[in-house]
Design a protein around this ligand. Structure first.
Ligand code: GLC
Length: 562
């Protein structure tokens, strides 16, 4: 039998609680809404649910600006609701995974309020404070990830504070042992509540360089993205090992850290027994449209050459995690556009392409992460005014595009494609009012396509994206090839092909083959070892070896006796 851990033999479902299910009519989802849908999650084979932050928050960045690390925001319910969710999930063999946002707090957190009150306060040294330059301007030319300077002036202290993200998200000073201690205590508080793991937010930014210096500007605003100045600063791993020893070590949980920019060669020091975390979310496959960094205005949009590049980086990650650590397979989250838009041209068939991504997600080696609504094949939104968008980064990136000379329409088109709100519209449950999400006014509009793409109608339609996910889940966890899909090794196939992504999973002499056509044209291929193979599942009826129809996805199996 396998020696895989529980979290390597299941999938994780990511919930954006604000948009999942509202049980009070407030227009905002809540914890009881999640508890009510645990049986639904079971139909997707889910063994862990990652909740984006549910802690008290002014919601400037929808919960990623935290005012108390060990409580629940009243909009989401109470601690008793949280305990019930953990217990009800556990009864169904589902673990709850919390989001630890430890690079920063809210500017309304009592620590920051105190820190900002004077240079002699108790928490004076809990954040990153610097004097102005002699002319009063910020200490460096760093741009925050959401746009605008990464420094904000504080009148009371007559100093600037640093924020990698919004000005309402001041960065904590991890050099201060007292800060580290309370953060570890907060994580242990959640372990005592019985959570099954942690997703650790923006971790690559916690260690700041010893010297703060200007960087080469990357845009007309004279600033440089802070990411390139502070991410993965040497010494970060010492802090993280201390974090691991104080919190994660010895628990039957998993950790997955958001670690943009950790190169495959550095993986051994980050993941696995000698590393810190179990898995890393790195974004090489998600940032293909961003050759120059994170500026939306400089993104390329979809181009067909994305596909060979996707194949290359995905396969590199599969190979890098073959021995070291474990790969968290994901194509969507609450910060990304919907994958049916991301990896396909606008004219592509949404249902077929959603199924192509589903096959990729559930046949690669690693733990699949399904993001709420992905299993319905949900598409991006395209609202007609910037005012309609809630996402703070959409506004920052819009301003930046305007400052670079883009017209309103051009700036809006950029936001339409990359806005994080694309993934944050309410979950679509029924064909009824507000897609069954809320009896009140939803905090963000429901997508117009909800009648066709909702759990109710997709459960009823035999060939829906949702039912296809369920068939795939059965194949992965409960079929004659389940072991191969969970434990089997990975090997690339047809790597010279620009439109097909293909690979093989093997356990002993048994193999599962995945072949995906990412183009709107028929493709032919030659793969002699497939001769006589059995078709397990495809996103179209019929099909033949050696040929893939537009947007076709197929899974074959083959027993090879040499
Ligand atoms: C991460 C989160 C994102 C958040 C940011 C700041 O990137 O995924 O949603 O805005 O960190 O906490």
């Amino acid at each position: 039998m396998s020696d895989l851990k529980w979290w390597q033999k299941t999938n994780v479902y990511q919930i954006y609680p604000k948009s999942f299910l509202d049980t009070t009519g407030s227009g905002t989802g809540d914890l009881n809404g999640i508890t009510a849908k645990l049986d639904y999650l079971k139909t997707l084979g889910t063994g862990a649910v990652w909740l984006t932050p549910v802690y008290p928050s002014p919601m400037v960045d929808n919960g990623y600006d935290i005012a108390d690390f060990t409580d629940i925001d009243p909009a989401y319910g109470s601690m008793a609701d949280m305990e019930r969710l953990v217990a009800e999930a556990r009864r169904r063999d589902i673990r709850i995974v919390m989001d630890l946002v430890y690079n920063h707090t809210s500017d309304k957190h009592p620590w920051f309020v105190d820190s900002a009150s004077s240079r002699d306060s108790e928490h004076s040294d809990w954040y990153i404070w610097r004097d102005a330059r002699p002319d009063g301007t910020p200490p460096t030319n760093w741009r925050s990830i959401f746009g605008g300077s990464a420094w904000t002036w504080c009148e009371k202290r007559q100093q600037y504070y640093l924020h990698t993200f919004a000005k309402a998200q001041p960065d904590l000073n991890w050099e201060n042992p007292a800060v580290r201690r309370v953060l570890y205590e907060a994580a242990n508080f959640w372990l005592d509540k019985g959570v099954g793991g942690f997703r650790i937010d923006a971790i690559v930014y916690i260690k700041k360089p010893a010297q703060f210096v200007d960087g080469e500007p990357d845009s007309d605003d004279g600033m440089v993205n802070i990411h390139s100045m502070i991410a993965n600063t040497p010494g970060i791993l010492d802090l993280l090992h201390e974090f691991k020893a104080a919190v994660f070590a010895g628990h039957d949980i998993f950790t997955v850290a958001e670690a943009n920019g950790v190169a495959p060669a550095d993986l051994p020091s980050w993941v696995g027994p000698e590393g810190v975390f179990d898995m890393l979310f790195e974004f090489s496959h998600m940032n293909l449209e961003f050759p120059t960094g994170e500026l939306w205005s400089q993104a390329t949009g979809y181009t067909p050459d994305i596909i060979p590049r996707l194949q290359e980086v995905l396969f590199a990650s599969q190979q890098a995690t073959a021995e070291q650590g474990w790969y968290p397979v994901f194509f969507e989250n609450h910060d990304q556009m919907r994958c049916v838009r991301h990896f396909f041209p606008d004219e592509a068939d949404r249902a077929l392409t959603a199924k192509v991504m589903a096959v990729l997600l559930l046949t690669l080696r690693g733990t699949p992460f399904i993001y709420e609504g992905q299993e319905l094949g949900l598409d991006n939104v395209a609202w007609d005014s910037i005012a309609a968008y809630n996402d703070i980064s959409s506004h920052g990136q819009y301003e930046l595009a305007r400052a670079e000379g883009r017209s309103q329409a051009e700036a809006l088109a950029i936001v339409n494609r990359y806005s994080r709100d694309n993934a944050r519209t309410p979950m679509q449950w029924t064909t009824g009012k507000n897609a069954g999400f809320s009896t009140g006014l939803p905090w963000l509009p429901v997508h117009d396509d909800f009648a066709a793409a909702c759990v109710e109608s997709e459960t009823a339609a035999a060939d829906s994206v949702l039912n296809f996910y369920r068939r795939l889940v059965a194949l992965r966890y409960d079929s004659s090839v389940a072991e191969i899909l969970q434990q089997g090794s990975f090997a690339p196939l047809l790597t010279g092909d620009d439109s097909i992504i293909a690979f093989k999973r093997s356990l002993g002499n048994r193999h599962v083959y995945t072949l995906l056509n990412f183009s709107g044209r028929q493709q032919t291929y030659s793969l002699p070892e497939l001769q006589g193979a059995e078709l397990l599942l495809g996103n179209m009826a019929g099909g033949s070896l050696g040929r893939l129809r537009p947007w076709e996805a197929v899974i074959y199996t083959q027993k090879w006796v040499k």
